[in-house]
Write a protein that binds this ligand. Sequence first.
Ligand code: HEC
Ligand code: HEC
Length: 301
Amino acid sequence: MADFNSDFWHWYIAILTIISILACVWLLRWMSTGHSKSDTVEDTGHVWDGDLTELNNPLPRWWLGLFYITIVFSAFYLLLYPGLGKFGGILDWTSQGAYEEEVAAMDAKVGPLFARYQQTSILDLTKDETALKVGERLYANYCTTCHGSDARGARGYPNLRDGNWLWGGSPAEIKTTIMQGRQAAMPAWEAVLGGERGVDEVAQYVLSLSGRATISELAAQGKTKYEMFCVACHGADGTGNTALGAPNLTDNTWLYGGSLTRISQSIAVGRNGKMPAQGEFLGEAKVHLLSAYIYSLSQQQ
Ligand code: HEC
Ligand code: HEC
């Protein structure tokens, strides 16, 4: 019960609970007096319609008995389970522990199935309808927040269906991406390129790489700068490098948007997309199935 950060609330709740229960006992005892031998019954003094008198009969004994049972039950409950402030109950039951037991039971149930899938190659799994269904469900649980429910991504989050890969699209590369995560590092170039003008020139040249209309004078100057600063990662021909996650700049598919403004922004301030590692969190068996599902998506083109 780490939620209690001061002893005050612990005692406040515990004492209030105990007082309430004792008050119930007192109330019941008070209600049960009056089961006298005599046949005379008190009335409350309320009379309606001339002769309708409200009597003050004590509760029937069986009814009182039920109330006493609930009180005994609550006393035992508070002894065994958490409820009295910080006191955790002598059974040491926690909702966290119950959850962990459930997870362990589930793992024991589906573990062998996942282990069998893990022995199967990713390529073979893509032919296994059931495996892909499991992969799809895992995707829906863990990946949609960033890559979208249709896996088509969003700005800054790559489309996983289009067959364009930042980090490589082989089954092994996809699995590495998901297991270990990826950290892209595209430095900010504005200062190096000599300010806005330099960025404009290179941006024009980048546009020309995917065959788009450009201001040719600027693009020509941009080419020189590109060869000086950009080839190391994006390649002389602009097709990128999957070892570095450097995108292909010739295919007119853009992670951060393909308008001149967006491209200039990518160049000026840099981009540092991060795919979080899932291996430790999900375990290799689940990642294996996810890889098969992602790979199968890219093969549907
Ligand atoms: C150190 C390697 C490296 C260098 C050098 C580099 N880039 Fe990049 N670039 C990357 C990486 C990695 C990404 C992907 C960033 C991400 O995924 O967040 C990227 C992304 C981009 C993008 C965005 C692409 C998209 O799809 O939205 C553009 C445009 C770009 N780079 C242009 C350039 C230009 C122009 C230069 C030279 C001035 C350059 N890069 C130099 C590594 C580099
Ligand atoms: C917090 C957001 C986030 C979550 C959650 C996330 N991803 Fe990613 N993922 C990214 C980003 C951002 C990139 C691109 C990194 C870069 O710029 O290079 C990426 C890249 C990838 C790539 C590489 C794409 C390529 O073109 O090479 C794959 C494959 C991938 N994610 C699969 C998954 C799977 C499967 C899951 C679910 C287990 C997942 N991702 C969950 C943000 C996320």
